[in-house]
Design a protein. Structure first.
Lengths: 175, 245
């Protein structure tokens, strides 16, 4: 779990924190069985070798990208389609969608596989991208199918959901 | 594909401007949307001296203290609205900007990234955590409304005054029990399940993250900022709150 990764100089050893991350990931996987899927602490943990980016049609929003559990994915304007800039506390609110080592990235129905990719995460690992935009979930979406992070101005920039074309859904200016 | 433009191009507020009281963006700025700090443009951080480190829950609780003082400012503004008095846009905007940049843009990220997931993993307070997450999201919407409306022009209009007062009232009503529950239930539960060495390491990690995002001495500067807001609203003198008995 990337959110536990220490900065350089932390008193905790990297190995200790990695072990903690593995325990944390296992616990989250276990807690996800049965009833409504819990809000993601870190969206990127998956049970197998395949990470699927798919879509969901939301009332008032339309068809947008989601992870395999149905949690809506967002782009962060300051990333500029070049790099992951949401780190530290920002990543607590907007967990990046990680691509685990040796995992295969797969496109669900409607998703353009040629637009899928990854960028290095400054905190370690790789973050999945779509049309160059690093992908994140939002801590405020506590159930699949919510998009409460849409058009929020937070952590230094704007956040938007993504269409399958790769275009962010930017609302028209209010009159 | 070209980089999309945000739907409301509000003036960027640098971290330096926020910390030095640069709230001038509020005064009469037509159509000002939510001003924002450039989270990625903080100056090079200094090492965190051991003497300044506090446990992570104490760190979060003192940040709650900053939140509490903003709630006091909101209460004073609500009182003025209810009394039919003018609403000063500048301190209102400055207060909301502290919430946006420091509480919502940093403090809540620490809770969401480090405290809540650990409690969920342990199967503790899962319902409470969900409620707290929803309230964080709702609070951000309210802050956007306050920031957007805290202009000299907008506060002079009756309907806008009422909306601002309504947003501040809802914010205060939600966050007073929210932070009280965190301080008395959530943080003690978190401390109980995290091993001591890891707990200490988190304290340093939180300090480093704050340093990287805001520069050295951020907490002191934020308390200085909120004191300035209190002085502007006439609520800084603590003794005035002592009741006659």
């Amino acid at each position: 779990m990337r959110s536990w990764a220490p900065r350089r100089g932390s008193q905790l050893s990297s190995r200790a924190l990695q072990a903690l991350a593995m325990v944390s990931a296992a616990g989250l996987l276990a807690s996800g069985c049965g009833s409504p899927a819990p809000a993601p602490a870190a969206s990127g943990h998956v049970t197998g070798p395949k990470v699927v980016i798919t879509t969901r049609t939301l009332p008032g929003v339309g068809k947008v990208l989601t992870d395999s559990r149905g949690y809506v994915l967002y782009m962060f304007e300051p990333d500029g389609r070049r790099q992951v800039t949401c780190t530290g506390a920002c990543a607590g609110t907007w967990p990046p969608v990680m691509l685990p080592a040796a995992a295969v990235l797969a496109a669900g129905p409607g998703v353009k596989s040629r637009l899928l990719g990854s960028d290095p995460d400054p905190s370690g690992g790789k973050v999945i991208t779509y049309a160059g935009w690093p992908l994140y979930t939002y801590s405020g979406d506590v159930q699949p199918g919510q998009a409460t992070g849409q058009a929020i101005d937070l952590n230094g920039g704007e956040w938007y959901v993504l269409r399958t074309s790769g275009a962010p859904l930017i609302p028209s200016p209010q009159s | 594909m070209t980089t999309p433009q945000p739907r409301s191009r509000s003036p960027r507020v640098t971290r330096r401007a926020v910390l030095l009281g640069g709230g001038a963006v509020a005064a009469g700025t037509a159509g000002a949307g939510a001003a924002r700090a450039l989270a990625g443009s903080s100056p090079v951080s200094s090492p965190v001296p051991d003497a300044t480190l506090v446990p992570p829950t104490e760190d979060l609780m003192r940040e709650h203290g900053v939140l509490k003082r903003v709630l006091l400012a909101y209460r004073e503004l609500i009182r003025r609205f209810q009394a039919g008095e003018p609403l000063p846009a500048q301190p209102m905007h400055d207060a909301a900007l502290i919430i946006h940049d420091y509480i919502e843009g940093f403090h809540e990220g620490l809770e969401e990234g480090y405290v809540f997931p650990r409690l969920r993993q342990a199967g503790q307070l899962t319902g409470t955590v969900t409620t707290l997450l929803v309230q964080h999201a709702r609070g951000r919407e309210l802050t956007q409304r306050i920031l957007s409306g805290a202009t000299s022009r907008a506060v002079a209009v009756g309907g806008n005054r009422a909306r601002l007062a309504g947003a501040m009232t809802a914010f205060v009503r939600m966050y007073e029990p929210h932070e009280a529950r965190e301080d008395t239930v959530v943080f003690p539960a978190f401390r109980a399940i995290v091993p001591a060495a890891e707990f200490a390491g988190l304290g340093r990690h939180f300090a480093e993250l704050e340093n990287q995002q805001f520069g050295a001495g951020a907490f002191a500067e934020m308390t200085g900022r909120v004191a300035g807001i209190e002085r502007a609203l006439g609520i800084y003198d603590l003794a005035q709150f002592t009741p006659q008995v």
